[in-house]
Design a protein around this ligand. Sequence first.
Ligand SMILES: [Zn+2]
Ligand SMILES: [Zn+2]
Length: 244
Amino acid sequence: MDTLLVILISVFVVSLISFVGIITLVLRKKEMDRALIFLVSFSAGSCFGGAFIHLLPEAIEKGGAEVVGFALVGILVFFVMEKFLFWQHCHKPGCHEHTFAYMNLVGDGMHNFIDGVVIAASYLASTQLGVASTMAIVLHEIPQEIGDFAVLIKGGFKTNKALLVNFLTALTAVLGALVTFFVLPSLKSQLAPVLSFAAGGFIYIAGSDLVPELHKEVGTKKSIGVFISLILGVILIWLLRFVE
Ligand SMILES: [Zn+2]
Ligand SMILES: [Zn+2]
């Protein structure tokens, strides 16, 4: 199939995940947290796996060991993006939840744009890499979008408006993918750094957003379950190596 078409389908599917927030209206918080913890650990495993099994090896193969530094850049950029929201949240005079909801939209849009860049760059490298990145993104977007929706509702948005604006910010992924698809091939040597950067993003998301959530749960039984789903997330992504 045409690469552009596959990219567009992938980013569109990722954008549709923004509607998943609706389940917060059906499930109670306690029930949801119980189910989410396994999804979060599965997703952390898939992000770590995406970074270490697919993106970094591919980036190094294409650009040599030096490109690994771009993974660090990815980590720092994701950190700044999150920290920026946090500053706005805490230090802006007159800051309240509504402002935070808008700031969250900006951060969300930036994040989703980068997700689109990552998906397109991965498919430009290979279909297998594209599928691996899309899968890791789909998995981390589910808890992420549930959180986004909750922030918007808390910030005073009505359900329909919250779903709509969250979907619109998710569509920035399509924009990121299109820009990457048309601009990146003209800078051919830039593919390896972008893949490495993406790996850094995945490592950051898994290590700083997802894993800390897992530590909120205590108890041996649950911890074992969480660890197993983390490993399953890694295995799922690893299995994609054998898909052609
Ligand atoms: Zn994402
Ligand atoms: Zn969102």
